[in-house]
Design a protein around this ligand. Structure first.
Ligand code: PMP
Ligand code: GLN
Length: 382
């Protein structure tokens, strides 16, 4: 009776592990959300808009103040010239932005390439649209995006590839050579990239985030997705957006109008304020989370975890083979109960041929919280 794509899906691992964390009083380094809310001035701007209005339906593509602020942000950081009237759609979080973008591009008979490990929402939406998923798998030790592997996954039916950089969960930031290879394959197949760039500002060690859309000839082929939740530590607000060439954005807007139509106006105005006045918060967050990554990495190495290098995002992934021969999920479920620390098993980011020896730590937390998690793990493993 029900749609088979959704009927047999379990509740997401993030909800599952957060519930276990609450049940066992564990430190939650599982689900990726900061434990400190973003700037007070941003919350005040939204609160004022909530009290004073407007409180009726905003324009379908989003409040113009927010679209203008997004255009200025894209110009400042990447040199893009976006027309706020035609090149931007505001959505209810990046999750809706992804859904609207996939709906706009993928349909019956088409194919979409996913790069694994891949975020959990991509595949069900692609399949619900009647499109077929093809997978390119990244692999240890470098976890690099390989042009030959990409070319093998693309066919004459390929409509789009989903590209997440910085990559949740393994923290890769695709470099220029990898993006050049991807651009060549996209051009050859006349396909589109749906670029999930929600961690665009969380890029570490002096690296730069290079949007695929900024490569020669690529703007016309890219839908770029962002999330205010990640930029301003307001993940519950669910303000996201899609930017790109107006012909594609028109179709994304057509999908968006029948998913949510629009998004809470006060929150949109709060984020417009944030983009104009609080980017320092975001840039500082990068430095704070980079320091958290270092603290966490150095501590877990001493306990026997073998971390991958983390170039960006909220997350550090580590190999558990030296600590346990349990599968990753059993390891995480034992750890949350017995050590009081919640992590995420990496197997959930794969469909076939899942690795079972990797776990994800979220370090988008206060330093003291990470120290507490490390102390608990120390007590447990030593
Ligand atoms: N894409 C990735 C890679 C994410 O990690 C997340 C959430 N953490 C999202 C999309 C969804 O973002 P939002 O909360 O804005 O819907
Ligand atoms: N994206 C977040 C993560 O990877 C979780 C968001 C959610 O719970 N759906 O942890």
């Amino acid at each position: 009776m029900a749609n088979p794509v959704f009927a047999d899906l379990p509740t997401t691992i993030f909800t599952h592990m957060s519930a276990l964390a609450v049940q066992h009083g564990a430190v939650n380094l599982g689900q990726g959300f900061p434990d400190e809310d973003g700037p007070l001035a941003v919350r005040e701007a939204a609160a004022q808009a909530l009290v004073e209005g407007p409180n009726q339906y905003p324009p379908m593509r989003g409040r113009i103040e927010l679209r203008q602020a997004l255009a200025r942000h894209a110009k400042r950081f990447y040199g893009f010239d976006l027309d706020p009237e035609t090149d931007i759609v505001v959505t209810s979080g990046a999750t809706e932005a992804l859904t609207a973008s996939i709906m706009a591009i993928a349909g019956e008979g088409g194919e979409v390439v996913l790069i694994e490990p891949s975020y959990d929402s991509y595949r069900p939406i692609v399949e619900a649209m009647g499109a077929r998923v093809r997978v390119v798998k990244l692999a240890a030790p470098g976890w690099r995006l390989d042009e030959t592997a990409l070319r093998a996954a693309f066919t004459e039916k390929t409509r789009a590839v989903l590209v997440n950089s910085p990559l949740n969960p393994i923290g890769r930031v695709f470099d220029r050579a990898e993006l050049d290879g991807l651009a060549r394959v996209l051009r050859e197949h006349d396909a589109v990239a749906i670029c999930d760039e929600v961690y665009e500002h969380l890029v570490f060690d002096g690296r730069a985030h290079v949007p695929l859309a900024s490569l020669p000839g690529m703007f016309e082929r890219c839908l770029r997705i962002g999330s205010a939740g990640k930029m301003f530590s307001l993940t519950g607000w669910k303000i996201g957006w899609v930017t790109g060439p107006k012909e594609l954005i028109r179709v994304v807007a057509n999908a968006h109008q029948f998913i949510t139509f629009t998004t809470a106006p006060a929150l949109q105005l709060g984020i417009a304020h944030a983009l104009e006045h609080e980017m320092e918060f975001t840039l500082n967050l990068t430095r704070r989370f980079e320091a958290n990554r270092d603290l966490l990495r150095d501590a877990i190495v001493k306990l026997g975890f073998q971390p991958l290098s983390c170039e960006g995002s909220y997350f550090l992934t580590a190999d558990i083979s030296a600590l346990s021969n349990e599968p990753d999920r059993a390891f995480c479920e034992r750890l949350v109960r017995e050590a009081g620390v919640a992590l995420i098993p990496l197997s959930v980011f794969f469909f076939d041929g899942k690795p079972d020896n990797l776990v994800r730590f979220a370090f988008c937390k206060q330093r003291a919280v990470i120290e507490e998690a490390v102390a608990r793990l120390g007590k447990f493993f030593c």
